[in-house]
Each structure stands twice: as C-alpha cells, then as structure tokens.
Design a binder for this molecule. Structure first.
Ligand SMILES: [Zn+2]
Length: 82
C-alpha cells in the first residue's frame, strides 16, 4: 500500500507521520515533525479512526478553491503564520 502523505498544511514540512492513539476510544492522528510547528491533527470520524487509508485521504485533501468553500481566511494561511 502506498501511503503518500502531503506536506503539513500549516508549515509545509514533509516530515509528517501518523500514529494510533487511544483515549477512551482508538483514534488515528497525524503529526508534523517540524518542532516549530508541532501540528497534531485527527479527524473526528469513526471511519477515519478505523481505516488509516480513509484518514490519509482526508489528510491529503486540499481544496483548490478555499475561498469558495470556507471563506477568505484560509487562503491567507501563508501570510497569517508570519
Ligand atoms: Zn507543520
């Protein structure tokens, strides 16, 4: 199975990995390996927590037109983090 993870959406680091955790229920989370970023992301969705490939699909989701879907702010993440 090829599990190609896109870079961290916050800092662009390619040091992204995923692991399983268990707090009351099993879950799957993605972690950015850039310590200055430290993003940890999980999806509150049973399917994602059971099937890593579904979670990876979500992680790799990158809307091409953020503005239309979520509003303008998401398009400015590059500037916002400076
Ligand atoms: Zn990051």
């Amino acid at each position: 199975m090829t599990e190609k993870l896109k870079p961290c959406p916050f800092c662009g680091s390619k040091l992204v990995s995923y692991s399983r955790g268990n707090i009351r229920a099993p879950f799957l989370f993605f972690k950015c390996g850039n310590f200055d970023c430290g993003a940890v992301v999980s999806f509150d969705n049973d399917v994602c927590n059971i099937f890593p490939e579904k979670a990876i699909d979500k992680w790799n989701m990158r809307p091409s037109k953020n503005e239309e879907i979520f509003g303008k702010d998401l398009n400015n993440t590059e500037e916002a983090r400076r």
